[in-house]
Design a protein around this ligand. Structure first.
Ligand SMILES: Cc1ncc(COP(=O)(O)O)c(C=O)c1O
Length: 374
């Protein structure tokens, strides 16, 4: 099987697997227990907290572990908007048309509580411009939320400039960094972000673990999304998932160096060269994209048959994983102006670290075979 869907989930890295096995065997005590084993677990969790904080230029006290980016996004919107002091009269949210679907589920819920939401359109290159955010903000805007890297295009948004704009206008700024963490440098101060969401399984870590960065967390009195016994600064109840956090920590340690080797291989460029040399018509969607991810429309390829004929050979995404079972075209592709027909003929190809040239050849041969049939 050729796995070309790492933006949906990265295969577990071998170092992480080894770490998880060891952690499940040894790091079983409850980190809230006061005996020596519990304290050891608590120490290990805080070591990973420090590691993550260092990677993004934050303080460890500003990092809370969650079950993943979906939960972090929930905390970002609900905990801050519903309990932050000074926001009582601010009921307007600015986000974008190309966010992960979980953001829309959260904003739809907030609308039922009286919030108004502006969904900013990307430009035709798939980027959210500072100007478009500037035009959307109002005196009653409480929060701006713009994803760092888009999960379907792999495009990197100008977070630093948007952060500056929010800072100047004293508006809270959240960015979903599920797709960018450890692939693009992040510095929460340079970016002027107040809140950022992370997920472990996008970098070869385990599923079910992630984190949220909240600037000056200890000086805020935030209501938790999950009420519990005071874990994670009282913001996220439930026994802390120590083995998963250690696995996340290992992924944070090792993923970056794998990714930089992979970037040097220029696999995306090789794919584009092969497509051109075979005269396969294609259009690349989005600019300023990451090296492992590409969204390509193949107007002459019968993509449906290609996927069906190769269901045991190729794992490819048409639209994002979370919406791939829906019949609707991808909301990201339609937001950048693709027709339904062209959206259906688009693949998001996201490479694993160990992709080979033979894998690319196989993909290109199949694309060629199925373009001749239309
Ligand atoms: C941009 C973005 N945000 C959020 C999520 C959800 O992350 P998780 O699976 O950790 O909840 C994903 C993954 O699908 C994503 O790509």
């Amino acid at each position: 099987m050729i796995y070309l869907d790492t933006a949906a989930s990265y295969p577990l890295l071998p170092e992480v697997k080894e770490c998880l096995i060891h952690a499940f065997d040894n790091t079983y005590a409850n980190s809230a227990s006061s005996h020596s084993l519990g304290e050891e677990v608590s120490y290990e969790i805080n070591r990973v907290r420090e590691l993550l904080a260092n990677e993004i230029g934050a303080y460890p006290s500003e990092v809370i572990f969650t079950s993943g980016a979906t939960e972090s996004n929930n905390v970002a919107f609900k905990s801050l908007l519903l309990s932050e002091k000074g926001l009582e009269d601010k009921k307007h949210i600015v986000t974008t048309q190309i966010e992960h679907k979980c953001i829309f589920a959260i904003t739809e819920y907030l609308v039922t509580l009286g919030y108004e939401v502006t969904y900013v359109k990307p430009n035709s290159d798939g980027l959210i411009t500072v100007q478009s955010i500037k035009e959307a903000i109002r005196p009653d805007t409480a929060l701006v939320s713009v994803m760092h890297v888009n999960n379907e295009l792999g495009s990197v948004n100008p977070i630093e400039e948007i952060g500056q704009l929010c800072f100047e206008n004293e508006i809270l700024f959240h960015s979903d960094a599920a797709q960018s963490f450890q692939k693009v440098e992040i510095d929460v101060d340079d970016f002027n972000v107040d809140i950022m969401s992370f997920s472990a399984h996008k970098i070869g870590g385990p599923k079910g673990i992630g984190a949220i960065y909240i600037r000056d967390l200890r000086h805020r009195q935030l209501a938790p999304v999950i009420h519990g016994a005071g874990q994670e600064e009282g913001l996220r109840g439930g026994t802390v998932a120590a083995p998963l956090i250690l696995g996340f920590g290992k992924a944070i340690e090792v993923f970056k160096s794998y990714y930089s080797d992979f970037s040097a291989n220029q696999i995306k460029e090789k794919l584009l060269e092969k497509l051109s040399s075979l005269d396969i018509e294609f259009v690349e969607n989005g600019i300023n994209t990451l090296p492992h991810c590409i969204s390509i429309t193949f107007p002459k390829v019968d993509t449906e048959t290609l996927v069906r004929d190769n269901e045991n050979e190729l794992c490819l995404a048409q639209g994002s994983a979370c919406s791939s079972k829906e019949i609707e075209p991808s909301h990201v592709l339609t937001a950048i102006g693709l027709s339904r027909e062209l959206a259906d003929k688009t693949f998001r190809i996201s490479f694993p670290i160990n992709i080979s040239e033979q894998d690319l050849d196989f993909l290109c041969t199949e694309l060629l075979k199925h373009s001749q049939q239309t």
